[in-house]
Design a protein around this ligand. Structure first.
Ligand code: MGD
Ligand code: MGD
Ligand code: MO
Length: 710
């Protein structure tokens, strides 16, 4: 296998796409809710039903009574990536939610505040590094997150083979931790304190060496002062990492010629996720590893605009509006996922009455799912775009099923942007289909929501989008097609399908593109398909700072005001982290064979012993009288589940661990294979009031729970 994405490492999800395609529970036509239950419907009937239910909501309450929820699969399918925006625009309300606030929003916020670019994620330059400090990530299972590294495990092993080291910080001994050079267990939710102790140690021991970017960094002294209360000694007991180890890690980090600090889910989906994310990159800056080969690098993908620019820009703003009911600040145009139910159920003008859910399963993926299930049932209109009747879709008035992954082409802009080499790949569909592609479904939906007749031609949505992106590029002075004729460009793109037109366009104006004829040897979609069926690799990442920095000052900001302002809350939480007590906390985990809330309906993936167990440390198990294979009641502030117990020293004492996305035994869910091993829904336990204030991200890890034998 030559595919540079996978380097022959086959993800079990990929090899089961065929089973997924053939799954009898996968919907192939729309569903409409009637008084007598579900009715299979034509696409025209489905859109007419949406129109019928929508009109009174908009007439009586206005567009602000509409809302939308975008899920993770939207980011990884081309149609969703490109055309969901049209639906959001048509909705015209500020009630927008997505899986980003149960995931990576802290990284967007810290990146936005530090270099003015919320979508420019710091990537480990793994092939050239000497040292990686990894917090709250398990790439042996997840294969990396906001970081696309083909064969991630193999490349970590290669790092060790060339004499390098990687250290994993995780309350659980994961597969990644087991293979690491060193594994440190940490008390869940305390990464921000520990990272700041590393910062303090660098200053105390005179190990700060910013290097090339020195004059492009501001706020060094403020960052030092912010971190000062957190020392290797003051955090030791609260984080569960002794002071000598903390100091040694700080020294190793400083001494490594090239090093990278990287944090993900475990470190970010906690109450101080943004501070943890910020502190991670402050360490990268202070050790001279930001934007350095072998350190942390940034997106150099073929479609990325690499033309030289002056540092500086509009910066990144938070809280441009607030959630009506929650009062929570907007982040990147969204409201926190944890507040979805509240924005539906709190009465008053602007309460959400019509909701459009695109590739998301909030009734499993968002916190406090009991409350979400209740809220979804109150809606006057719930439209769900999903191939399955999930825990969410069961409440819908209309379900619109997209085609399966084998029936569509694929170019993953999200993976491309987080890839550690400059890389492009396009996959053609395996099967032909007459069913509407996701882009058509979204385009039609956007027209109906916008008040257009149900039989309007959805091509106008695509044309408007093309006009917009081409106009923008033609108007950009550094573009290879600056000032060219739009009609000529549109002509050149005409042979392709909608999404393909966007991909071809982006490749051709990108850094290796043919500039629509300027460079006959340059990249086009045609060339990518014909000459690089396994993908085109344009080499390692190259430094992009300071040019790419878009903060107002044009500098990398180590002490952005919103972070400074959150320090008081941080200090209070630190003070109240008392002596070790008997309070158990819940964390999550992922399994190689399944993805989030929807890959459990294939027998090949769930056969054998169930993965959905409550992991408990032997000390806690004996104290609580739990037996291996027995049942335990797990109770949090918001809910209770009864889970099967697995006693293992993989989790540290005081921590219990349950994967998310399960719980298929509730009425109405039509995933019949999954029902044979339903598991339990961990988001019945997570708390919708436990948020990272800066990013609105939910704390999914470190949830206080009581556990008793059932
Ligand atoms: N407790 C806890 N909760 C978590 C997490 C955790 O670690 N712990 N992880 C969080 C994270 S990181 C994420 S990203 C979210 C994910 O949560 P969601 O955004 O809900 O994503 P999924 O569960 O992957 O899939 C959602 C739905 O998309 C449907 N789907 C699959 N393919 C397609 C497609 O091509 N088109 C459309 N329209 N739909 C499709 C699936 O059938 C599924 O019902 O969960 C979050 N929730
Ligand atoms: N097989 C598979 N692959 C996936 C997915 C999947 O569901 N299945 N989901 C995809 C998605 S949507 C995402 S976002 C990525 C996520 O990919 P990763 O970010 O690698 O996430 P997880 O595997 O959830 O690993 C999080 C780790 O954090 C640890 N942890 C929990 N609490 C804390 C804490 O307070 N501090 C620290 N330091 N660690 C803590 C957990 O024990 C766990 O090992 O994976 C993607 N890849
Ligand atoms: Mo995610």
């Amino acid at each position: 296998m030559n595919d540079p994405y996978s380097k022959g490492f086959i993800c079990p999800k990929g090899s089961t796409l065929k089973q997924l395609h053939e799954d009898p529970d996968r919907l192939t036509s729309p569903r409409i809710r009637t008084e007598h239950g579900w009715k299979e419907a034509t696409w025209d009937e489905a859109f007419a039903e949406i129109e019928r239910r929508l009109a009174p909501i908009v007439d009586n309450h206005g567009r602000q009574a509409l809302g939308s929820v975008l899920g993770n699969p939207v980011v990884h399918n081309l149609g969703g990536q490109l055309y969901a925006r049209a639906v959001l625009t048509a909705i015209g309300s500020t009630n927008l939610f997505s899986a980003s606030t149960v995931d990576q929003m802290p990284k967007h916020v810290s990146s936005g505040l530090m270099w003015g670019r919320p979508d420019m994620f710091p990537l480990i330059d793994l092939d050239r590094t000497d040292y990686v400090l990894m917090l709250g990530a398990n790439p042996y299972v997840s294969n990396g997150s906001l970081l696309t590294i083909p064969n991630f495990p193999g490349r970590l092993e290669a790092l060790q083979e060339r004499g390098g080291k990687y250290v994993v910080v995780d309350p659980r001994r994961t597969k990644t931790a087991e293979n690491a050079s060193e594994h440190l267990t940490i008390v869940p939710g305390t990464d921000s304190f520990w990272l700041m102790a590393l910062i303090t140690t660098l200053f105390e021991e005179d190990l700060v060496a910013i290097g090339r970017l020195e004059e492009h960094v501001s706020g060094v002294e403020e960052a030092r002062d912010m971190a000062a209360p957190y020392t290797a000694e003051t955090v030791a007991q609260r984080c569960g990492i002794d002071a000598d180890t903390t100091r040694r890690i700080a020294r190793e980090l400083a001494a490594a010629p090239k090093a990278a600090v990287y944090g993900r889910m475990g470190a970010h989906t906690v109450e101080f996720g943004t501070i943890a994310s910020w502190a991670t990159d402050v360490l990268n800056v202070l050790t001279g590893n930001l934007d350095k080969p072998g350190g942390i690098m940034f997106n150099c993908s073929p479609t990325q605009n690499m033309s030289p620019a002056k540092p500086g820009g509009r910066g990144f703003k938070l809280g441009r509006w607030q959630g009506r009911a929650s009062g929570r600040p907007e982040i990147k145009g969204e409201l926190p996922a944890a507040t979805l139910a509240q924005e539906i159920t709190t009465p008053g003008e602007g309460a959400i009455k019509g909701l459009f859910v695109i590739g998301c399963n909030p009734a499993r993926s968002f916190p406090n799912t009991d409350r979400i299930n209740e809220a979804l049932q109150q809606l006057d209109l719930l439209v769900v775009i999903d191939p399955y009747v999930t825990a969410t879709a069961r409440h819908a008035h209309v379900i619109l099923p997209p085609t399966s992954a084998l029936e569509r082409s694929h170019y993953d802009f999200a993976f491309e942007a987080s890839m550690i080499r400059s890389f492009a790949k396009y996959s053609l569909p395996v099967f032909e289909t007459d069913a509407p592609r996701e882009e058509e479904i979204l385009a039609r939906l956007s027209l109906v929501i916008g008040g257009q007749p149900v039989d309007s031609d959805p091509t106008v949505v695509h044309s408007m989008m093309m006009d917009q992106i081409i106009d923008q590029e033609i108007g950009r002075s550094s573009s290879p097609i600056h000032g060219r004729d739009k009609a000529e460009i549109l002509d050149a793109l005409a042979p392709w399908t909608w999404s393909e037109q966007v991909v071809d366009f982006r490749l051709r104006v990108g850094q290796h593109g043919d500039g629509f004829g300027l460079d006959p040897d340059g990249l086009t979609l045609r060339k990518l398909i014909d000459d690089f069926p396994s993908g085109a690799d344009f080499g390692p990442l190259v430094p992009r700072f300071p040019d790419a920095v878009k903060t107002v000052s044009g500098k990398v900001e180590l002490a952005p005001q919103p972070i400074v302002d959150d320090m008081a809350r941080h200090a209070e939480a630190f003070a109240s982290l008392g002596e070790a007590n008997e309070q158990l906390v819940l964390i999550g985990r992922r399994h190689l064979k399944t993805v989030n809330s929807w890959m459990h309906n294939l027998n090949v993936l769930i056969k054998g012993k169930t993965d959905c167990t409550l992991q408990v440390h032997p000390n806690d198990a004996s104290r609580l009288g739990l037996s291996n294979g027995g049942e335990a009641n797990v109770q949090s502030r918001v809910g209770k589940v009864t889970a099967s117990v697995e006693i293992t020293d993989q989790v540290m004492p005081g921590v219990v661990c349950l994967p998310h996305g399960w719980g298929y035994d509730e009425p109405g869910i039509e995933m019949n294979t999954a029902k044979t091993k339903p598991g339990v829904n961990s988001n019945a336990l997570t708390d919708d009031t436990a948020l990272d204030a800066l990013s609105g991200n939910c704390a999914l890890n470190g949830i206080p729970v009581e556990v008793t034998a059932a």
